[in-house]
Design a protein around this ligand. Structure first.
Ligand SMILES: *Cc1c(COP(=O)(O)O)cnc(C)c1O
Length: 411
């Protein structure tokens, strides 16, 4: 259970590989100084043979853990048959993938893409076209309302409605047509919606912002408002969805069904990028051939892996695990909050954002020290640490990881 070795300083192999990586890659990330060579379940092993408990799970892309047997088998079986056709032809996994994903979402149509940002772009195009063709918004006037501190990806259009300075600063000119309101503020949302609003695009829980859960009633309020005003409610469940919060979708915690789900990350089982927009026939039915597409979107390998993901989610087993382990996680964190080491905890299910008391250093410093103890987490926004273990983690391992955090934050 504990790492094979927890000696602090990175070995020479690690240093060599990091130097080479930094020499030959654009510096768009600031990774922790660990070089992973192997992984299984909730554990990763680095090039020196040191083991680490993964409490990040690829920002929820690894909900089913590293090397999940069922998913690896599904991928292997498909690798031996056909991996790519392009959408110029049908392939024999496509119908099942679209049908079963739609059913999981309680929707009718699926538009498959690859990455999360592409799916968000797809949602934006869908909402605009629906606005012009169905709602009757005058040409070029479509508006989409989004929340401050959102994270929806990194493309030019998506960063156009980001409030993160680093994400936006040097990348203008920006795509127009977006209105930003404070997250969790229903009154602000109500005043921002006009007759030209085609969609409200929200994360039901804001992951990158530090696992920010909106006030109770907010999502239901947005649902009511959007229904009244003939506006699409688009839920970006790329990080919050597919079991993470103890339900298939985070929207379910408020009994809310949006008009469109935007999915990604865990849909690809940690093996291949798979994303999708899922909605009604009225909404996704607006597209005609040639208006949108992707060479790799909905490819046979992606469909085979995602089909297995969907089958696993249908059993409810992973949602239950997330709920049970989540109760344990939040119980343990409440203890740390009481001790004053943590100034705030947010989250739902097996997902938490903790604000570390400043006397313990920045989130980055705490993440580096936890790494030395064999636990991998990711900091965000100065003093916040995000915990999102694979849903397959055992309670003992999670407990051990939290013991390391406790030890780190106890004088
Ligand atoms: C990760 C994420 C995205 C972007 O997904 P990529 O696959 O990195 O493009 C969009 N929205 C949310 C909520 C995310 O967490």
């Amino acid at each position: 259970m504990s790492p094979l070795s927890s000696s602090g300083s990175p070995g020479s192999r690690t240093q060599e590989l990091i130097a080479a990586a930094e020499a030959h890659s654009a510096h768009t990330y600031h990774p922790l100084p660990v070089v992973v060579a192997d992984a299984d379940g909730a554990w990763m092993t680095d090039v020196e043979g040191r083991r680490y408990l993964d409490l990040l799970a690829g920002y929820s892309a690894l909900n089913f853990g590293h090397g999940n047997r069922r998913l690896i088998e599904a991928a292997k079986a498909q690798l031996g048959r056909v991996t790519l056709t392009s959408r110029a032809f049908y392939h024999d996994r496509f119908a099942a993938f679209c049908g079963e994903l739609a059913a999981l979402c309680g929707m009718e149509l699926v538009l498959p893409m690859n990455t999360g940002a592409e799916a968000v772009e797809t949602a934006v195009k869908t909402a605009r076209k629906w606005g012009y063709r169905v709602k009757g918004v005058p040409w070029e006037m479509a508006k989409i309302v989004v929340a401050a501190d959102n994270f929806h990806g990194r493309t030019t259009t998506v960063i156009s409605f980001s409030t993160d300075r680093a994400a936006r600063a040097d990348f203008g000119p920006y795509t127009p047509g977006f209105e930003i309101v404070p997250y969790g503020d229903l009154a602000a949302m109500r005043s921002a919606v006009t007759e030209n609003t085609v969609a409200v695009l929200l994360e039901p829980i804001q992951g990158e912002a530090g696992v920010v859960v909106p006030p109770q009633g907010y999502l239901a309020g947005v649902r009511e408002l959007t229904r009244e005003r003939e506006v699409l409610f688009v839920a970006d469940e790329i990080q919050s969805g597919l079991g993470r919060t103890g339900r298939t979708f985070a929207c379910e915690h408020e009994g809310v069904v949006p008009d469109m789900y935007v999915l990604g990350k865990a849909l690809g089982g940690g093996i291949v990028p798979v994303s999708a927009v899922v909605s009604s026939a009225e909404v996704l039915g607006v597209f005609r051939p040639g208006e949108h597409g992707s060479t790799f979107g909905g490819n046979p390998l992606a469909c085979a892996v995602a089909l297995e993901v969907i089958a696993m989610l249908r059993s409810g087993e992973f949602q239950e695990r997330a709920a049970g382990l989540g109760a344990f996680l939040h119980g343990e964190l409440a203890g740390l909050t009481a001790s004053g080491a943590i100034t705030a905890v947010r989250g739902r299910g097996l997902w938490a954002g903790l604000d570390i008391a400043p006397r313990h250093g920045t989130g980055r410093e705490v993440a580096e020290r936890l790494m030395e103890r064999g636990v991998l987490v990711k900091d965000t926004h100065g003093h916040t640490i995000r915990i999102a273990p694979p849903l397959v983690i055992s309670q003992d391992d999670l407990g051990w990881g939290l013991d390391q955090l406790r030890a780190e934050l106890t004088p």
